[in-house]
Design a protein around this ligand. Structure first.
Ligand SMILES: [Mg+2]
Length: 382
């Protein structure tokens, strides 16, 4: 079998699908994207396609190494997201060629189901109580919300109190009937992270995500030393070589590689294995579309240390399309009692509604995150 063609479709809400065709009629799909820079990743996919077209799609390991090492310069969000989507599509082709789901090709199930969690609220953590009530009705008991709004390097006790008040309200409303993680979203610098984590501890969040930015990862071990709340990070790390520093320095209890950013299934299975060796839990990051999610699930179902799976249903970013809009076999991904179950469909198990993908890609918006500024006019982390 030979790879003949790579086609990209930028799609609402902020996604990109990749179709990889072969001379034997088997087609694989992947989702190479970095949110807000889809066109850059698209250019990278097409630039890399010269190393892919004409190759045997069965040789995923070799193609991955050529894409990673073959260009001298490597790593980072754009190149690793391009590789991720190509890698996902190659696993999809392999599964379809062999008539087996990807998790079977990776050694088979290590669990029967995986807990899903859901985002509540938007960019700003207000009005979450109603959101949680609604999601509880469809079976969710685990949530994530933004832990605070924009925060200065040193900020006021008013700002801290506002963040704490939202979390206190949630605990008061729901007691221990729910769990929730708090995403600091890289908005908080180390001095305020120390304060905020301390103030939030009494409300027992399940984890605190990106307590500081990944480029300040030397603070993870220091912050972990001051708190018993598990710290999570990983969506802005792009390969084993980024993650190894976090393992070596310690501090992260829940690792969140993104299957569409960190080199795809081939790389993330290895990252998951490294995490297991360090007794670190795995919770793949996934605020994206169905092919990214299916890739996450393939890794969750073969990784003992996977604890829960993010998914984007109803997320505030999903303007213009929802998680399963482009999927024909929606029922295979139905969340039952707050859990995802393995599908026995071959490959990634996603039957893509190609007609709809082509139609919607014609007017795809260029999604951007907002630019926030602090009260004195300096740019804030979003
Ligand atoms: Mg996050």
């Amino acid at each position: 079998m030979k790879i003949t063609k790579l086609t990209t479709y930028r799609l609402p809400p902020r996604w990109m699908f990749l179709k990889v065709e072969t001379d034997e009629g088997i087609t694989g799909w992947g989702e190479p994207v970095i949110e807000g820079r889809a066109r850059s990743v698209e250019a990278a996919v097409h630039e890399l396609s010269e190393y892919v077209v004409g190759k045997d799609p069965a040789r995923i390991n070799d193609i991955w190494q050529v894409l990673y090492r073959g260009g001298f310069y490597r790593g980072g969000p754009i190149l690793m997201s391009a590789i991720a989507g190509i890698d996902q599509a190659l696993w999809d082709i392999k599964g379809k060629a062999l008539g087996a789901p990807v998790y079977q090709l990776l050694g088979g199930l290590v669990r029967d189901r995986i807990k899903a969690y859901s985002w509540v609220g938007g960019d700003r953590p207000a009005e979450v109580i109603d959101g949680i009530r609604m999601l509880q009705q469809i079976g969710f008991d685990t949530f994530k919300l933004n832990g605070c709004e924009e925060m200065g390097t040193i900020d006021t006790s008013r700002k801290v109190d506002a963040a704490v008040a939202v979390v206190a309200e949630i605990r008061e409303a729901f007691g221990d009937s729910i769990e929730f993680g708090l995403d600091f979203h890289g908005r908080v610098a180390a001095p305020m992270a120390k304060v905020l984590i301390h103030e939030l501890e009494p409300f027992r969040p399940l984890f605190i995500e990106e307590p500081v930015l990944a480029e300040q990862s030397e603070h993870y071990a220091r912050l972990a030393a001051q708190t018993h709340i598990p710290l999570a990070a990983g969506e802005r790390m792009f390969s084993r070589f980024d993650f190894k520093r976090v393992f070596a320095e310690g501090g992260i209890s829940i690792l969140q590689p993104d299957l569409s950013h960190a080199g795809g299934i081939t790389e993330c299975v290895k990252i998951a294995g490294m995490a297991e060796a360090y007794d670190v839990a795995l919770a793949p990051h996934c605020p994206l579309g169905p092919l990214a999610l299916a890739s996450c699930l393939a890794v969750d179902f073969v990784s003992r240390n996977a604890v829960f799976q993010e998914q984007s249903m109803g997320i505030h970013y999903n303007q213009g399309a929802e998680l399963f809009d482009y999927v024909l076999n929606k029922d295979d991904f139905k969340i039952d009692g707050g859990y995802f179950y393995p599908s026995d469909k071959p490959g990634l198990g996603v039957e893509v509604d190609e007609e709809l993908v082509i139609a919607r890609s014609k007017d795809a918006p260029d999604w951007r995150n907002p630019i926030w500024r602090l009260h004195d006019g300096t740019v804030a982390e979003w």
